[in-house]
Design a protein around this ligand. Structure first.
Ligand SMILES: [Mg+2]
Ligand SMILES: [Zn+2]
Length: 202
């Protein structure tokens, strides 16, 4: 039996963008290519209704690689937020890393701390909002996402959408689930206290 007293909602849920919320594309940046993964809008709405803030953290190396500009990234992001808003979904924060060590645009070409599995994007969001990492959940489709969450002491879910099916056999995530909808259902019904990260994979 699960004691309801043990249950506590996460302080925030950190989501990767491409392959978790929207369909992965080859350096996705065209608004015409914006397509939500089935069930992702409804899943985010459930988080909103539960009062759990959503923070998107996304690697956008295509900016450093000269495949699209940071302005194009922002235009895509604005279109995504507007499409979410029309579906009654709101996001507390979106943070991106425009860098890559092998870029072609000098301004963005460097090793950085914010490209996941680096944790600087997550840490800056935690500080800005006053969330404790161990009270948060991270959901991603790559092990670089999962690694960043684990470094911070977060509970992590690898989804099998996007690149998840390629990453699932090597993952350190506490949970492997088919998509964001299942991850959200699971975390909303989780019997453990946030912070008591279970050791076994479910
Ligand atoms: Mg991804
Ligand atoms: Zn960066």
């Amino acid at each position: 039996m699960t004691s309801p007293a043990l249950r506590r909602a996460p302080a925030a849920v950190f989501l990767d963008r491409d392959g978790v919320i929207v369909q992965e594309g080859d350096h996705l940046h065209r608004i015409a290519d914006l397509a939500f993964i089935a069930g992702s809008l409804a899943a985010m709405r459930r988080l909103n209704e539960a009062g759990i803030p959503i923070c998107i953290v996304t690697n956008q190396a295509g900016i450093a690689k000269g495949l699209y500009t940071e302005e194009q990234y922002f235009a895509f992001s604005d279109a995504m937020v507007e499409a979410m808003r029309r579906q009654q979904v709101s996001v507390a924060d979106i943070r991106h890393c425009p860098h890559h060590p092998e870029g072609v645009v000098p301004r963005y070409t460097r090793d950085c701390d914010c490209r996941k599995p680096g944790t600087a994007l997550i840490e800056s969001a935690l500080t800005a909002h006053g969330w404790r990492a161990r009270d948060c959940v991270l959901i991603g489709d790559k092990n670089s996402d999962i690694e960043a969450g684990l470094k911070m002491g977060m509970r992590t879910y690898l989804v099998e959408t996007g690149h998840g099916w390629e990453h699932r056999d090597q993952t350190q995530a506490q949970h492997v689930v088919c998509d964001l909808a299942v991850a959200v259902s699971h975390l909303l019904s989780s019997p453990w206290k946030i912070g008591d990260v279970p050791s076994e994979t479910t």
